[in-house]
Design a protein around this ligand. Structure first.
Ligand SMILES: [Fe+2]
Ligand SMILES: [Fe+2]
Length: 221
């Protein structure tokens, strides 16, 4: 089994428990009516995620001396893109007479803190679950009746697809070395599990019928 095959079977193995339910809930969130306060809150939460992501990557640049030159360039580029996504969503919220609300306690810091705890190998895999961002943005673009939301998604999606592709390539490359596979699987499960916790809480907070969405998609919570 080569690296790419390993990654494919890894994703398939955990799809029913992790990736599948996360994607089903993120699709349900993307289908919230843009006219509702819940949708505005969804965008506020998304803005926070983008900002925390940009901050985490900036911190990583400052704290990890062991990064290769090409990695530093890629991390800097992605940090700038995540800040840009934050700004785009802020503009959208402003256009609706709303705004982002940044809580100083940092609701999403815990998710990123694990990647900044000191193990550079863990940091290198921190976008392992970034695929859910691509699925969310793509579904929102396709499902929304709101032209401004569609434009917002199109502006964000090109970057997110690149982030997703970059990670998939990196993972397949690392998985060529069979000794790294248990570590890759451990990080895969940790990242998707913490995403699942986050999206379950988010869906519940925004009034999604979690049980119904999951069972309709053939999963359980
Ligand atoms: Fe982003
Ligand atoms: Fe991203």
């Amino acid at each position: 089994m080569n690296g790419k095959e390993f990654v494919t079977q890894l994703a398939a193995k955990h799809y029913p428990d992790l990736e599948g339910p996360v994607l089903a809930l993120r699709r349900a969130l993307a289908e919230l009516d843009p006219a509702t306060p819940q949708f505005v809150e969804l965008m506020q939460r998304q803005a926070k995620k983008e900002l925390r992501h940009g901050v985490a990557f900036t911190k990583a640049l400052l704290q990890y001396d062991g990064l290769e030159h090409h990695e530093r360039a890629e991390i800097a580029e992605q940090a700038a893109e995540e800040y840009h996504h934050f700004a785009l969503i802020k503009d959208y919220l402003n256009s609706r007479g709303s705004d982002v609300q940044i809580d100083p306690a940092g609701a999403f810091d815990a998710y990123f803190d694990r990647f900044l705890a000191g193990d550079i190998a863990v940091f290198r895999l921190c976008n392992i679950a970034e695929k859910s961002a691509v699925v969310f943005q793509a579904h929102l673009r396709d499902a929304t009746p709101d032209a401004a939301v569609r434009k917002l998604c199109e502006d964000i999606l090109a970057d997110e697809e690149e982030h997703g592709d970059y990670m998939a390539e990196k993972l397949a490359g690392m998985a060529e070395n069979e000794e790294t596979r248990p570590f890759l699987e451990e990080q895969f499960v940790l990242s998707w599990s913490s995403q699942k916790q986050g999206v379950l809480a988010e869906a519940q907070a925004l009034g999604i019928d979690v049980e119904r969405v999951l069972s309709a998609a053939g999963f359980s919570a």
